[in-house]
Design a protein around this ligand. Sequence first.
Ligand code: AMP
Ligand code: MN
Ligand code: MN
Ligand code: MN
Length: 281
Amino acid sequence: MIIQHDLHSHSLASDGTLAPGALLRAAHGAGVHVLALTDHDTTEGLAEAEQCATELGVQLVPGVEISVTWQAQTIHVLGLGIDRGSAALQKGLRELREFRNWRAGEIGLRLARAGIGGALEGARVFSSGSIVSRTHFARFLVEQGHAGSMREVFKRFLVHNKPGHVPGEWAALEDALGWIRAAGGMAVIAHPARYGMTSSKLRRMIGEFRDAGGLGMEVVSGSHNRDNVTAMAALCRNERLLASCGSDYHGPENCWIRLGELPPLPAGCTPVWESEHWPLQ
Ligand code: AMP
Ligand code: MN
Ligand code: MN
Ligand code: MN
């Protein structure tokens, strides 16, 4: 039997739309055997997810997706198989959430200056966890008719040079990897093809990631097209990293991304779960 892994997903604890329990039920229904819950900068969904996973017989990989600034660019690093009780990890995540809170207020002020009032309160309506994400602002802006789609709303309001953009620094790469190591997890670069880096820059980033103890990269991802998968598989093999696969599921509203509906990892890639370093044997 092929064991179906989906090692990247979100719940209401960050910017997903399903509660952790509902996410686990959806994964079970979709035939996923091993699911990683990897909320942005928080582990608060994991307790409910663990309980539900046990009831359903799904293997839960406790995870987190950490926001990192590397060379003035935001990248995301997954920690898979983390111990959520790790004090070092929780201290780091708390600092990121403090930055997020400050940033959310700032986004609200900037949107108000651009003529859109009440955005922070509006975004909070969509956020039930301890973080406010740009996704929550985007949902508010779409609801208010400022754009027709999530994609459009990001492009018009929430990215560089747009009214709701706030510059700032997330975690340093080394720090994020230190927290993941302290929590006994495996660090994996999330959706590497999405950063728009040249291949030499991507290799430089991978070099620093590896020097800091990083072991894997996502080859198959909900945000990689077929060409991205081919390119990332070659990079993964050449750089001798382990390969991961995850949908980056945020909920049923994004109907083009389904839980567990992932192509297999290309030949020659060693899956993270076959490595001796995989934290959940
Ligand atoms: P944040 O971490 O608060 O800056 O928000 C980043 C999140 O916004 C990502 O995790 C995605 O879920 C979402 N996101 C980023 N870019 C887009 C986009 N172009 N369209 C839809 N969602 C996006
Ligand atoms: Mn997200
Ligand atoms: Mn991400
Ligand atoms: Mn994600």
